[in-house]
Design a protein around this ligand. Structure first.
Ligand SMILES: [Zn+2]
Length: 361
C-alpha cells in the first residue's frame, strides 16, 4: 500500500518534471566520503557516507578474482573522486579504486591485491540508513573477510619429467633451462567465457603449446602442467587440490614458472594485459616486468601494469614465477584477438622473448 502511494507520488513528480522540461532523473543520493581500513590483517572495512534516501535494491556488489565492483544506482559520486586516493588504506588487501559515474549512477571498481576465490575471501555490503536521511548522513559498509582457507597444496602430485626437443632447428639460446608452463584452468574448469563463447581454458592451452614449441626449439626443457583439455588433479578435486597439483608439477630444478590466464570482468569495456608476481621475490618481479614489456611489444594491448598478488600458483612455487593475464576475454575486441592463431603466436613469441632476456640479459 505504501509502495503504491509512493509509486503514485513518483509518477506525479515525474509528470511535473516533464512539464517543467527537466525530465532527466537526478541522483537522489550523494556520496560524501569513503574510508577503507584494516580491522585486522585479513579483514577490511570500507565505509561510504552518503546523503539522501537509498533503496537497498539499488546497491549491488560483485567480487570475483582480483576485482570487486560496487554499483549504486541513483547516486552521484560527490567529491569522493578527490579524496579516494588518500582515504584508501588496507593496502595489503585493496590495491586501488576507480570511480566511474554518469548522470544517474556511480560505480566503484576496486582492484584487489587478494584473489577472492583463491585466497578464500568474501565481501558483502550493508546499508545503515540514518532515521532522518534528508538531514543526516547514512552509511554503506562493505566488509571484506577471509572466510575460507583458499587453496592449498594437496601434496600428493608428482613432479613431471621435462620434454626435450627432438633436435631439429635448435638455436640453443635456452639450452638446458628448465621452464614450467601452466595453462590456466582446463577440463571441468573452463575459466572465464567471452561474449562469443570462447573459453579461457582453450586460449591458455593454445598459447602454452605454442610457447612450449618455441622454447623446445631454443633448447629449453619444458614442463607443462597440462598439454590437453583436462583437470590437473582430477575433475572433482577442490581448488586447493587442483592448484596444488599445478605447483607440484614443477620439478626441483625448475628455474621459471609461468601461469597463463585471461582476464574477465562484468564491464565489457575493461581491457588490457597485466602481469603479476608474488611480492618479496625480486627475481619474480624481474620476470613479471620482462613479460610485461614483451607482451606489450608483441601483443599491443593497453598495459595495466606489473602487480603484486597472492595468487596460489605464484605464491607457492619455489622458483621465480609470474602469472600473466593476456587480455580480457570479456572484451569483444580482445576476445577476437585471443581466439586468433596469429595473435596467439605473437603472445608465445612475447613469452619466449621475456624468458630469453631473463636468462641472457
Ligand atoms: Zn584464469
Amino acid at each position: 500500500m505504501i509502495r503504491k502511494l509512493f509509486g503514485l507520488l513518483t509518477l506525479t513528480l515525474a509528470f511535473c518534471l516533464t512539464i517543467l522540461g527537466t525530465a532527466e532523473a537526478k541522483p537522489q543520493v550523494e556520496l560524501l566520503n569513503i574510508f577503507a581500513y584494516n580491522m585486522d590483517r585479513t579483514t577490511v572495512k570500507v565505509q561510504i557516507d552518503y546523503r539522501g534516501k537509498l533503496n537497498p535494491a539499488d546497491v549491488s556488489l560483485e567480487s570475483s578474482g582480483s576485482l570487486m565492483t560496487l554499483s549504486i544506482n541513483g547516486a552521484s559520486p560527490g567529491r569522493i573522486n578527490r579524496i579516494i586516493e588518500r582515504n584508501i588504506q588496507a593496502k595489503n588487501i585493496i590495491e586501488s579504486v576507480t570511480v566511474n559515474s554518469d548522470k544517474e549512477n556511480t560505480r566503484l571498481d576496486f582492484s584487489m591485491v587478494i584473489d577472492f576465490e583463491q585466497d578464500g575471501y568474501t565481501a558483502k555490503v550493508t546499508t545503515r540508513e540514518h532515521p532522518n536521511p534528508e538531514r543526516k548522513y547514512s552509511q554503506m559498509i562493505i566488509e571484506i573477510v577471509k572466510t575460507g582457507e583458499g587453496v592449498q597444496s594437496s601434496g600428493t602430485y608428482q613432479p613431471q619429467q621435462p620434454r626435450r626437443s627432438g633436435g631439429e632447428n635448435i638455436d640453443g639460446t635456452l639450452s638446458g633451462r628448465v621452464i614450467v608452463l601452466d595453462a590456466g584452468h582446463g577440463g571441468s574448469d573452463r575459466g572465464a567465457v567471452g561474449p562469443s563463447g570462447l573459453t579461457e581454458k582453450e586460449v591458455t592451452l593454445a598459447v602454452a603449446l605454442k610457447t612450449e614449441e618455441r622454447l623446445l626449439n631454443s633448447g629449453a626443457e619444458v614442463i607443462m602442467t597440462r598439454r590437453t583439455d583436462k583437470d590437473v588433479a582430477s575433475p572433482n578435486a577442490s581448488n586447493t587440490a587442483e592448484l596444488g597439483a599445478r605447483v607440484a608439477t614443477a620439478p626441483r630444478d625448475a628455474e621459471i614458472f609461468i601461469s597463463i590466464h585471461c582476464n574477465a570482468f562484468s564491464n565489457p569495456n575493461s581491457n588490457g594485459m597485466e602481469t603479476f608476481y608474488y611480492s618479496g621475490s625480486s627475481a619474480s618481479y624481474r620476470l613479471a616486468a620482462l613479460l610485461n614489456e614483451e607482451l606489450q611489444y608483441y601483443g599491443g594491448l593497453s598495459n595495466r601494469g606489473i602487480k603484486s598478488a597472492n595468487f596460489y600458483v605464484i605464491k607457492h612455487t619455489h622458483c621465480p614465477s609470474s602469472l600473466i593475464e593476456l587480455g580480457f576475454i570479456t572484451n569483444y575486441e580482445e576476445e577476437r584477438l585471443l581466439a586468433s592463431d596469429e595473435y596467439q603466436e605473437k603472445l608465445a613469441q612475447a613469452i619466449v622473448a621475456a624468458i630469453n632476456r631473463f636468462f641472457n640479459e
